[in-house]
Design a protein around this ligand. Structure first.
Ligand code: NAD
Length: 499
């Protein structure tokens, strides 16, 4: 049995912890490796070494750090297929989807190649007589990234790129279900020229996360995962005086107006609802058609598309639409929620519960499910299902549909399908959600914008990647400077304007 190691000081190092977690092959249900769950002492030792390594890295000029990012980007491209295979092997998503996972992370690394520009400060000449002010962005020191299972490449890259390009050292704690991609990325970063110790990958679970939150040297924590854990990590990190940005779960709605192109809307819903088995924080899990006729026509169009979806292992080739879910527990939870939807009165139009795949009977596969007549009180509406289940909630008017989204606890992504620019514009202005798609189902912003939800989908300020990330991973120091020519003798004791 393979034992997955940590990456410490530029080397793969076996953890001394006796606690382990199984890394599953979700398609077969077999244990394919074990990962040791590192202890607090191991974490503290990794942080101490990272703090040492950060001194020289933080003092390296930003252009040289950017060159490491350039080389890293080239290496990711060269190893694209290998990285995608690693993602699929532990996560189960299809290879084309895994390539997208790597690609959307790589795009953040590409922006990090512009770190010197993004790290520039501000300057005011003659803020007072002979007085200049300038601000600089300095690294925080050692920061930590804690990442979820569902994007094994993209989210670690979102964390490590801006943090390292800003001159910090990073402790990365990947999901214990998909640890291998982060380790391979760390090796590629070293090959790209990152000095040893600047990125330490420490595998583990709650014990190591709590050690991160309580470690005095760690200045900031970037977390992505479910909402209860995001809220917990945000609270504990903040009360220990750290910067924290913690991105949580989601329930993303798509409004379909009567004037929308329903074929395009149905295609978009199938891709956004069932892609990656629904295990995306930007998946559309709720379709909100406006008007009974729109709803009836939409279901008619959805059913054949959903029934046609091909579910299978990533090894079965490119015509598989989505793979298994991550664990047996996730599958049982999804099926339990579907049961509750039926019990609570929703209409199960396509039932994916009994799905079986010959030769993969023990795999964690869920067939696609489609619900109609879902209401906001039902558990399938209130919970993030994180599986291949799309719910249709019928609304009579645009205002009702908009208010449904406004009243929802989550605010990660949303979309509207319409042919009317005025409605689309009104929606974009009034909805209280962080990322909005107009005739676009999964509006994950490009890497030079920023990514972040509202409400219970994110805790803390500043978004992930783009210019916000460079603000999050640096602190501002502002210097007020005056040179002593023509200055009056004596001290000044009053706090006053610079006149
Ligand atoms: P998770 O919250 O279970 O785990 C995320 C990380 O937290 C992992 O590294 C895990 O080891 C750690 N963790 C888990 N339980 C912990 C505990 N009790 N104490 C301390 N640390 C703990 O999330 P997941 O199942 O890996 O990922 C799926 C979730 O992530 C979904 O809710 C999804 O919506 C969300 N997500 C959000 C975004 C976003 O940007 N908003 C992106 C991707 C995924």
């Amino acid at each position: 049995m393979d034992v997955i190691k940590n990456y410490i000081d530029g080397q793969m190092v076996e953890s001394s912890s006796s606690r382990t977690a199984d890394v599953m092959n979700p398609a077969t249900g077999e244990v394919q490796a074990q990962v040791r769950l590192s202890s607090k002492d191991e974490l503290d030792a990794a942080v101490a070494k990272a703090a040492e390594a950060q001194k020289a890295w933080g003092a390296t000029n930003p252009q040289r750090r950017a060159r490491v990012m350039m080389k890293f980007g080239q290496l990711i491209n060269q190893h694209m297929d290998e990285l995608a295979e690693l993602v699929s092997r532990e996560h189960g998503k299809t290879l084309p989807d895994a390539r997208g996972d790597v690609q959307r992370g790589l795009e953040v690394i590409e922006v990090c190649m512009g770190a010197p520009h993004l790290l520039k400060g501000e300057h005011t000449n003659d803020g007072g007589p002979g007085i200049d002010l300038y601000s600089m962005r300095q690294p925080l020191g050692v920061v930590a990234g804690i990442t979820p299972f569902n994007f094994p490449a993209m989210i670690p890259l979102w964390k490590m790129g801006p943090a390292l390009a800003s001159g910090n050292a990073m402790i990365l704690k990947p999901s214990e279900r998909v640890p291998s991609t982060s380790l391979r990325l760390a090796e590629l970063l070293q090959e790209a020229g990152l000095p040893d110790g600047v990125l330490q990958v420490v595998n583990g679970d709650k014990e190591v996360v709590d050690a991160i939150l309580d470690n005095d040297t760690i200045a900031a924590v970037g977390f992505v995962g479910s909402t209860p854990i995001a809220q917990y990590i945000y609270g504990r990190a903040c009360s220990n005086g750290k910067r924290a940005q913690c991105f949580g779960g989601a329930k993303n709605h798509m409004i379909i107006m009567p004037d929308a192109d329903l074929d395009k809307a149905a295609d978009a819903l199938v891709g956004a609802g069932y892609g990656a088995a629904g295990e995306r924080c930007m998946a559309i899990s709720v379709a909100v058609p406006v008007g009974a006729e729109t709803a009836d026509r939409l279901v008619e169009k959805l059913v054949p598309r959903v029934e046609k979806l091909k579910v299978g292992p990533y090894t079965a080739g490119d015509d598989v639409d989505f793979g298994p879910v991550i664990t047996a527990q996730a599958k049982a939870r999804i099926n339990g929620l579907i049961d509750s939807g039926v019990e609570q009165g929703a209409k199960l139009v396509v039932d994916g519960r009994g799905f079986q795949l010959q030769g993969y009977e023990n795999g964690f596969f869920c067939g696609p499910s489609l619900f109609d007549n879902v209401t906001p009180e039902m558990d399938i509406y209130r919970e993030e299902i994180f599986g291949p289940v799309l719910s249709q909630v019928r609304m009579d008017s645009y205002e009702d549909a908009l208010n449904l989204i406004i009243d929802n606890d989550y605010g990660n992504g949303t979309a509207i399908y319409t042919a009317d620019g005025d409605t689309a514009r009104d929606f974009a202005h009034r909805v209280n959600v962080g990322m909005v798609g107009i005739n676009f189902p999964i509006p994950v912003p490009l890497s030079y914008h920023t990514f972040g939800g509202w409400k219970k989908s994110a805790f803390g300020d500043l978004n992930q990647y783009g210019p916000d990330a460079f603000r999050f991973y640096t602190k501002t120091k502002t210097v007020t400077a005056r040179w002593f020519s023509g200055i009056k003798e004596g001290g000044e004791f009053n706090f006053k304007a610079m006149d």
